[in-house]
Ligand binder design. Structure first.
Ligand code: ZN
Length: 397
């Protein structure tokens, strides 16, 4: 199996790739420059490569020298609409775009894993599918790749799937963390348009005022969370945007508010969706206004399979030692579209600390912030970790 030392020889090339990706970030599902860099980096390796039709994905299959099942490794490739504030020689050259969530690290690491596994191809007891995915940041790129067949790219359905995610704060450098069961929250978004009948502010009885109805909806949604959701299986509703009217003495004809909704189990995900509709509709009826609800489920709960998580922690412990491979006590409130993969295939999602040495992890800039920093040393660690997960899982199959 692999050791961290195996990450040394390819590290310079992988870090150079990471820097090239970081300088030229791309957003969403259409990442042509990123895709070209990945294809160039994989060139010459014994891989079966296909590219996406509806998105700029890259799927590569490595056939092992021995027969066995297939496993999947995923790396997301898209950046965020953030203007970088770091003074780095490889800082983003494009204002309004930054690899602020470390997906440049993931992409380079997945190339590294392909390189490491290709070198040991003869010993590999099965196949490995490398999933280079655009559009993680709210675009559902994983779901599109699944629709285009990534889970069956090796022929049969993969038996396990793994992904790693670096963090620029919180977790010390080189620490690998995961947990069985719920790893990350489900995420939904709602836009509510409330329509009444506008009028003069002095004669509300001759109008149908949407404003007090909207105010009641916002507070009643918070009460609904505390009264109908299990305190040990929580949910969050945040109404982050509310707009109505243009003057104090004019009753507006309509108003609008937007919310984000997070939950940690599919049961609560459904309960909060039902509760949201019930509360908004009921208050609208009570005030004789109309409420049009556009409720969009974005990502499901990211659920790690218990056996795969135990396996992944064993593999990580072998690489980084028992003090640096930890079981997280709590899930994370962020959401992740690898959830769509783990919905269909058992697997595990692992966090890797990438805070540069010398910076206090608890004071460091978080993922998604314009000052987020991910240490280059995380690239070979993630590459070896991914390679080890695939090779060891196939050996134990
Ligand atoms: Zn991310």
């Amino acid at each position: 199996m692999f050791t961290l030392e195996d990450g040394r020889p390819p590290a310079d090339r992988l870090i150079a790739l990471r820097h090239a990706l970081h300088r030229e970030p791309e957003l969403g599902l259409d990442l042509p420059l990123t895709q070209a860099k990945v294809l160039a980096a994989l060139d010459g390796l014994p891989l079966e490569i296909t590219i996406g039709a509806s998105l700029t994905s890259v799927t590569a299959v490595l056939r092992g020298g021995r027969s066995g099942p297939a496993v999947l490794l995923r790396g997301d490739m898209d950046a965020l609409p953030v203007t970088e504030e770091n003074d780095l020689d490889y800082a983003s050259r494009l204002p309004g775009r930054m690899h602020a969530c470390g997906h440049d690290v993931h992409t380079a690491a997945l190339v590294g894993a392909a390189r490491l596994l290709a070198e040991r191809r003869a010993d590999l007891a099965g196949d490995v599918v490398f999933m280079f995915q655009p559009g993680e940041e709210g675009y559902g790129g994983a779901r599109l790749m699944i629709e285009e067949g990534v889970l069956d790219a090796a022929g049969d359905r993969v038996v396990a799937a793994y992904a790693v995610h670096v963090s620029s704060a919180g977790t010390p450098f080189g620490v690998v963390g995961t947990r069985p069961g719920t790893m990350m929250s489900a995420c939904a978004a709602a836009t509510v348009t409330v329509t009444g009948a506008g009028g003069h502010g002095s004669l509300p009885h001759q109008a149908t005022d949407p404003v007090p109805a909207m105010c009641e909806m916002v507070t009643a949604l918070q009460t609904m969370v505390t009264r109908s959701i299990d305190a040990f299986d929580p949910a969050v509703i945040t109404v982050g945007s509310i707009h109505a009217g243009s003057a104090g003495n004019v009753i507006p004809g309509s108003g609008r508010f937007e919310a984000t909704i997070r939950s940690f189990s599919s049961a609560t995900q459904q309960a909060i969706r039902d509760g949201f509709h019930r509360v908004v509709r009921g208050i609208a009826d009570a005030h004789r206004v109309r409420a049009d609800i556009d409720y969009r489920e974005q990502y499901p709960v990211t659920v790690n399979d218990a056996a795969e998580t135990a396996f992944a922690l064993r593999a990580a412990t072998g690489l980084v030692g028992p003090e640096r491979a930890i079981t997280m006590q709590r899930p994370m409130a962020a959401s992740e579209d690898f959830a769509f993969v783990l919905d269909r295939v058992p697997g595990a999602y692992l966090g890797v600390g990438a805070v540069p040495p010398g910076i206090d992890p608890h004071a460091a800039a978080m993922n998604h912030s314009p000052g987020a920093l991910f240490d280059d040393g995380s690239v070979p660690i993630c590459a070896v970790l991914l390679a080890e997960l695939a090779a060891r899982r196939l050996a134990e199959a």
